[in-house]
Design a protein around this ligand. Structure first.
Ligand SMILES: [Zn+2]
Length: 443
């Protein structure tokens, strides 16, 4: 009996949880959206097959023919969808080239720029070349970074075509061929991407999906990635006079003064700056490819030269400029009889700051998640994402990480979770369709 009396309470509690679990506001997918969801599911094995074919073609950044071949494979996927596909030769920057594919829609909705890359970090001499699949896990060079992302672009666009929503959408797809090892000058290497950004309203980056504790995370920012070279010089002499009035402290003490001041005086949120290589002595120099250096000297000679190579990662171009100025101010406080120069690389990647516009795009993605019955994606730690091509178009609203979820990118054994391919393709198809139906000026 008591049991019974309590029965109504359990039912009420049960009904309450259900009401809470399924937010009452979750509108079911529209008929077109239901078609896109079905299309992605129906083509699951086709997409995995495409991913396998792409992975089996080596496209290390310096394997120019391999990158171009992957470009041809993507052309074969995009042209049948009504894209005007161009191959942009990039020999003048020492790299293969880019795919720029344009789909003209009705010209009224949001103009979308989809970003991915053809190249990988695995050159032909890498031992990691093979594709293997174990159930929902696939392994191979660039399988996630970024061949999985490119397959999601194709899957989402094919679903939109199947549902009839691609026709109205204004979309540019840019697949760079040197994301992992940018050509130079960078202005030339990224000119086509920046031009596409200027012809668009929103940018969607199909690089890896962030996950934390098994939960998909939304990314609305990327840090910059730049490198710097610090050279110190000093009057040399016999060590018995070091740091005395006459000869001064030498190039190595000047170097350590500066680096230690960097360590103590620069720290702030979202900023990191590493010193990767350091050489000093009577003579000191770094290798042309900046992968090491040499020094010579003796313990009883005051060192005349020292060189350090480092990097800097910031969350906004404003932060970058400010920190660079602080670094220069530290450098200028020379020890007596010493000098130092600090230079920054011209081939670095800018930052993509976490703007309100990017946050609004994530909110739209979460509205799609609601329709798909998927959990909301919380905003990820902006400092957690490394540099990426989308930062070159951070003058428009952008969303990062619409690609596959996986492990171990940039290392042998890289894998992807193939179930993320389907989920992300559905998210992207619905999001792009909704954006294409939004008036251009509205945020
Ligand atoms: Zn990548």
């Amino acid at each position: 009996m008591p049991m019974f009396r309590s029965a109504p309470r359990v039912l009420v509690a049960g009904a309450l949880c259900l009401a809470l679990a399924t937010p009452a506001t979750a509108a079911p997918p529209s008929p077109a959206e239901a078609k896109m969801i079905a299309a992605v599911e129906a083509e699951r094995e086709r997409h995995i097959g495409l991913l396998e074919e792409l992975v089996k073609v080596n496209s290390g950044s310096m394997n120019l023919q391999g990158v171009e071949q992957v470009g041809r494979m993507m052309r074969a996927e995009l042209e049948p969808l009504g894209f005007d596909v161009r191959w942009i030769q990039m020999q003048k920057t020492g790299r293969a080239g880019h795919i720029v594919a344009t789909h003209k829609g009705n010209g009224r909705g949001k103009r979308m720029l989809l970003i991915g890359h053809l190249d990988t970090v695995f050159e032909p001499d890498s031992p990691f070349q093979a594709w293997t699949r174990r159930g929902d896990i696939a392994e191979g060079p660039g399988v996630g970074d970024d061949k999985g992302g490119m397959v999601i672009i194709v899957a989402a666009l094919r679903a939109m075509q199947a549902a009839g929503t691609l026709k109205a959408a204004d979309i540019i797809v840019v697949l760079t061929g040197d994301e992992e090892k940018p050509g130079s000058p960078i202005e030339l290497a990224r000119a086509d991407l920046i031009a596409a950004g200027k012809a668009s309203d929103v940018a969607l980056d199909f690089e890896g999906l962030s996950r934390a504790g098994g939960q998909d995370i939304g990314s609305i920012a990327r840090r910059s990635s730049n490198s710097w070279t610090l050279k110190t010089t000093a009057k040399s002499g016999h060590s018995s006079g070091v740091c005395m009035e006459g000869p001064g402290c030498g190039a190595v003490y000047e170097m350590t003064r500066i680096l230690d001041a960097f360590r103590r005086e620069l720290p702030e949120p979202n900023l990191t700056y590493n010193v990767g290589v350091l050489v000093g002595g009577a003579q000191a120099s770094v290798a042309a490819d900046e992968t090491g250096g040499t020094a010579s000297g003796k313990s009883n000679i005051i060192p005349a030269e020292a060189v350090a190579l480092g990097d800097i990662r910031t969350l906004s171009n404003e932060q970058e400029a400010r920190v660079r100025a602080k670094m220069q101010a530290i450098v200028d406080r020379h020890l007596p009889k010493t000098n130092a120069t600090l230079t920054f690389s011209e081939t670095g990647y800018p930052a993509m700051a976490p703007t309100a516009g990017n946050r609004a795009l994530l909110a739209k993605l979460n509205a799609v998640n609601e329709t798909l019955g998927l959990p909301q994606m919380p905003e990820g730690d902006p400092a957690s994402r490394g540099a990426g091509d989308i930062a070159f178009v951070s003058f428009i609203d952008g969303l990062v990480g619409l690609g596959t979820a996986g492990e171990g990118s940039h290392a042998p054994g890289e894998t992807v979770d193939l179930t993320s391919l389907e989920v992300q393709a559905k998210r992207a198809a619905l999001l792009m369709t909704r954006l294409s139906q939004e008036p251009r000026g509205k945020r």
